[in-house]
Design a protein. Structure first.
Length: 458
């Protein structure tokens, strides 16, 4: 596909900026910005926020602020005035990251960006510190090509991964701050490397902590085992009730028969993408796309119990778990959280005492893919990816702010793009980003902003 002069100029600038982008991403990845004070010092998050604020100031943003949000975390806001009469586009990313899990299991240190086999490895490299760099690269390319043709607002969240809702509540308290004609959420990704993709739906999320208590204290299993109620066994029974025989999610009162009508996800491709071991079956029923994008899905994220190493012969008095429930559009996340809590309490065996506490929540979202902004994005992606047509898929994950923005600004066109693809292994050990995808998605975003400005002018 022959490049237009604008495409050639933008892609040439982005290519020249990639070494700088790698250095900047390494600086960002070095911040251990997990928004959980029990795991990493809050100062790491503040330092990442300050880095982003400095970067926006260097790009000419005249209004840059650190926002203290109600959950105690910091988000970064910046505004760049556009030409008179130009539309305003809000660019979103987040700098907080998932914990690295077992740091010893990483091939290279999780907070040290490392190049290997043509990819850049590090926690947050794709999700979503790479998204911050994608926005910066797009804006730099437009400035070099003659100027940014739209007004720009940037918001970089500090607690998206934890789902504690700080930025959502801040936005609701300051509804004028993030108002825009179009919103680009840079936190999803491509169906696979080389396939430009927009995400049409996001599942919502409800997260709860369940605690089971059965005894005043641990007991010797030889002296009391067999009659004393074991809290860990009770918890296992409760958690097992969340799936039926084929592995489908079961929560009392929650429908689980949705159908996905968009791009298919072949089972053999999914097995390869997910690294499912030979001989191990997939769980659930319906198509893979149904299970990922149109139905609820429960996951036990962690269990509080003694580790195998150092365990004693004891009947456990208490045990706990963190449980995540993803819900498709059309299901209210708050209602789903209440159903999940009621299900867990109702399944307690032996009169065990069960307490359930909600710890995070995000509403699902469905985009209007027939809007003018989507036409501009499809054309921009086709050009950036040398004629490859844009795919439209769902996303099993949640970005809680998206539904908040949709409610606050019902006329805004919301597009979800990003750098993740199956090899990125976001949230897992050895997360990475493809520099080629970073480069091409930055070009696509720059071309989109230019095309969207022209469309808005009529």
């Amino acid at each position: 596909m022959e490049q237009s002069p604008q495409h050639s100029a933008i892609s040439g600038t982005v290519a020249a900026l990639m070494p700088r982008a790698r250095e900047e991403l390494a600086e960002l990845v070095a911040f251990r910005s997990v928004a959980d004070a029990e795991q990493f010092p809050p100062r790491e998050c503040v330092a990442a926020a300050e880095w982003i604020a400095r970067a926006l100031l260097e790009e000419g943003f005249g209004d840059v602020r650190l926002l203290d949000t109600p959950d105690g975390t910091v988000s970064v806001y910046g505004e760049l005035t556009g030409p008179e009469g130009a539309p305003t586009v809000l660019l979103y990313a987040h700098y907080d990251v998932q914990p690295p899990l077992d740091e010893a299991a990483w091939t290279s240190p999780p907070f040290e960006l490392t190049e290997r086999d043509g990819r850049w490895y590090g926690r947050g490299a794709a999700d979503c510190k790479g998204g911050v760099l994608m926005h910066l690269l797009a804006l730099r390319a437009l400035r070099a090509a003659g100027g940014v043709p739209v007004g720009i607002k940037v918001i970089v969240e500090g607690s998206e991964e934890q789902g504690t809702g700080g930025l959502e509540r801040y936005a609701e308290q300051h509804p004028e701050l993030l108002a825009a004609d179009a919103i680009v959420i840079g936190d999803t990704g491509n169906f696979r490397a080389g396939q430009p993709t927009v995400t049409a739906i996001l599942r919502g999320m409800a997260m709860v902590r369940v605690q089971v208590d059965t005894l005043a204290g641990n007991l010797h299993s030889g002296a009391f085992g067999g009659a004393a109620p074991d809290a860990l066994s009770a918890l296992i029974r409760i958690l097992d009730s969340l799936r039926d025989e084929d592995g489908s999610t079961v929560v009392d009162g929650l429908a689980g028969d949705g159908r996905w009508t968009g791009t298919d996800y072949p089972e053999d491709v999914f097995r390869a993408d997910a690294g499912v071991l030979d001989g191990v079956a997939l769980i659930g029923s319906g198509s893979v796309a149904d299970r990922l994008w149109a139905r609820p899905a429960v996951t036990v994220l962690g269990i509080d119990c003694p580790p195998v190493v150092g365990a004693t012969p004891s009947v456990q008095a208490s045990a706990g778990a963190l449980v995540s429930l993803r819900v498709p559009p059309g299901v209210d996340a708050s209602a789903a959280s209440e159903l999940l809590a009621a299900h867990l309490r109702a399944r307690a065996p032996w009169g065990a005492r069960v307490t359930v506490r909600a710890t995070g929540e995000g509403q699902p979202f469905r985009a209007d893919t027939a809007s003018p902004a989507y036409a501009s994005m499809a054309a921009a992606m086709r050009e950036a990816y040398d004629g490859v047509e844009m795919a439209v898929v769902g996303q099993g994950g949640s970005i809680p702010l998206t539904s908040t923005l949709a409610g606050l600004y019902p006329k805004a066109e919301i597009l979800l793009i990003g750098l993740s693809e199956p090899a990125a292994r976001i949230h897992a050990v050895d997360e990475s980003v493809s520099p080629e995808e970073l480069e091409r998605m930055s070009v696509a975003e720059a071309l989109f902003l230019s095309r969207y400005a022209a469309t808005a002018r009529g």
